[in-house]
Write a protein that binds this ligand. Sequence first.
Ligand code: DC
Length: 225
Amino acid sequence: MQNKPFSIAIDGPAGAGKSSVAKALAAELNAMYLDTGAMYRAFGLYMLRRGALSDRQAIIDALDDVDITVEFIDGAQHIFLGTEDVTAAIREPEVSIAASDVSAVPEVRVRMVALQRKIAEGHSVVMDGRDIGTKVLPNATLKIYLTASAEERARRRYRELEQKGMPEPYDKVLREMQERDYQDTHRAASPLRPADNAVILDTTNDSLEESVAKIKRLAMEAIHA
Ligand code: DC
């Protein structure tokens, strides 16, 4: 592996498999994996607890109070609100839409993007999110836009929630996923879209291993180009 740090951006809609793919890829390439959605989720949880999710000014003001930090414990990303480890709490379904809500506020995005760039600075990194290729890492070594049909993405999320012992009806999972897709692609600030030079991969019919292998091949080519 060469010494110069590389960066791989993985964007796409909810449930496309970004985090599983990015985590496996980072392990194979010996790079840091940064889940940027976790930061929006932590802030969404903070606003949810304050009962102020629909108050735009309260969201902007809260940026001065909130203390979000990311730590890597035994190689796994943990996210903290102050001293509280909220890594598990941010996966509750109600936090998903809260994260999408706060992420539409431009001031929130500016803060999160700065934090993400700072964490990644000087490291080889695989970052996943919605705006990594378009905004956070515009000069990324490789940009991937991972997608899959809404039904397949909802099935994956449904199974994941079931495995975690937090089952939700499939129809509800699909509806919330479509709502989040709509919000994330229609917001004015850094809407979800593939970067101009992103490789678009539809994983509807691919296993995790197949997706990782494909991206690893592309990553090796890009890193050694
Ligand atoms: O990837 P995720 O489902 O954990 O992300 C939660 C929400 O955060 C998602 O609906 C949109 C927002 N998000 C974003 O706007 N930009 C990112 N880089 C990552 C997530």
